[in-house]
Design a binder for this molecule. Structure first.
Ligand SMILES: Nc1ncnc2c1ncn2[C@@H]1O[C@H](COP(=O)(O)OP(=O)(O)OP(=O)(O)O)[C@@H](O)[C@H]1O
Ligand SMILES: [Mg+2]
Length: 358
């Protein structure tokens, strides 16, 4: 089995030594289990080369008929990884889903309120009694520390089961922001980023979660692929604002999830309309209903409309989550979270067996 993987890698050359990868001494582990091929590589060479190397390895593995999913793990510095017996044994561990429902929240475009919406959807799930986790995968602009009121946290601890998530408002939270500080420029690139993402997914002591919400970085790049290939994802929620530019980008996000065979659980329209904090009247500043039409277009459920409301902006900056309360904005999140969970339960269920009668 492993030999098959190694022979596939013979066509990939190691950028540092120019040798075929299996002869370079960088392959620390190889495993194929239930269609998932995992290759562990020692770090080395320049970060710029690592992205291309990862793509080459994945392409070579995916060409094998038995391989459905390929993972490349760059063995990170010893200090950053929880105690594990050996790299080869780590590769042999099958990728276990970190929660019963794993939901990636994405958007094609930045600044549409994806972090605000995903944190409040997580809070709504926790309020509804679900054991909930939140993973901030936005390594370049982590916002979970601010949204969950955890900016003073000195770092993340580890126990014998892995990274200990922080906890706020009944949600277990990990974020790159706990490691680098929200205002520090993140200079990590390529393999360090994907390595960190995979450790958050697979080496965190999440416990027995019902739902894990992943706040994806904006766009459709390497980090998105690392997440898609790093763990079994139940489905994705796309956040968009009603303007047509944002909707164009939402289409791109849907296409990426489609490419990685992740079902789209639905579309949430954020900043749907301005909800006046004084008179309670709604004003449709950007036009309304665009995301609902877009959801129909891509054949995904429409999960709900979140109004533009001053309280949401204020709460986000103060580390409060509006969805824990009961006002009209909170209710909008409760409805969207209910619809999201229903869609995820349906996607997570095995397809019914079709029985043909004679
Ligand atoms: N419905 C809303 N009403 C009022 N303010 C909002 C709403 N949604 C988001 N905001 C505010 O808009 C700003 C951007 O939101 P947020 O950080 O959640 O966006 P994002 O899509 O995650 O951005 P990025 O692409 O930078 O990760 C924040 O100041 C947030 O408080
Ligand atoms: Mg964000």
């Amino acid at each position: 089995m492993t030999d098959m993987l190694l022979s596939a890698l013979a066509s990939v050359s190691d950028p540092s030594s120019s040798k075929p990868l299996p002869d370079s001494g960088r392959v620390l582990g190889a495993d194929l289990r239930e269609g998932t091929a995992t290759i562990v590589l020692s770090p080395g060479g320049r970060d710029e080369d690592a992205g291309a190397l990862m793509t080459a390895v994945e392409t070579a593995l995916l060409a094998l008929p038995d391989v459905i999913r390929a993972r490349v793990i760059f063995e990170a510095e010893r200090a950053q990884r929880p105690a594990r017996p050996s790299p080869a044994a780590a590769a042999a561990e099958p990728a276990k889903a970190p929660a019963r429902l794993v939901i990636a929240v994405g958007s094609g475009k930045g600044g549409v309120g994806k972090s605000t919406v995903s944190a409040n959807l997580a809070a709504a799930c926790a309020k509804a009694g679900l054991k909930t986790g939140f993973m901030d995968a936005d390594v370049y602009g982590p916002s979970a520390p601010r949204l969950f009121g955890l900016t003073g946290l000195p770092g993340l601890k580890k126990n014998e089961r892995g990274i200990e998530p922080a906890e706020a408002h009944g949600v277990k939270v990990v974020s790159m922001g706990f490691l680098v500080g929200e205002r520090d420029p993140v200079v990590w690139r390529g393999p360090m980023v994907t390595g960190a993402i995979r450790q958050f997914l697979n080496d965190t002591d999440w416990g027995d979660l019902d739902v894990l919400i992943i706040d994806m970085p904006p766009g459709t790049g390497d980090v998105q692929l690392a997440i898609a290939q790093g763990t079994p994802i139940t489905g994705a929620v796309i956040v968009s604002t009603p303007q047509s530019l944002a909707l164009d980008d939402a289409k791109k996000a849907a296409a990426l999830f489609d490419r990685t065979a992740i079902p789209v659980l639905g579309v949430v329209e954020n900043m749907s309309y301005f909800l006046c904090p004084h008179c309670g009247e709604g004003t449709e500043i950007f036009g309304r209903g665009g995301a609902r039409a877009e959801a129909e277009h891509i054949g995904a459920p429409f999960l709900g409309e979140i109004p533009l409301h001053i309280e949401l902006r204020q709460a986000s900056d103060e580390g409060r989550l509006v969805a824990l309360g009961e006002g009209p904005v909170a209710k909008a999140f409760h409805r969207a979270a209910d619809a999201m969970i229903a869609s995820a339960e349906a996607a997570g269920r095995p397809a019914p067996e079709i029985v043909f009668e004679d």
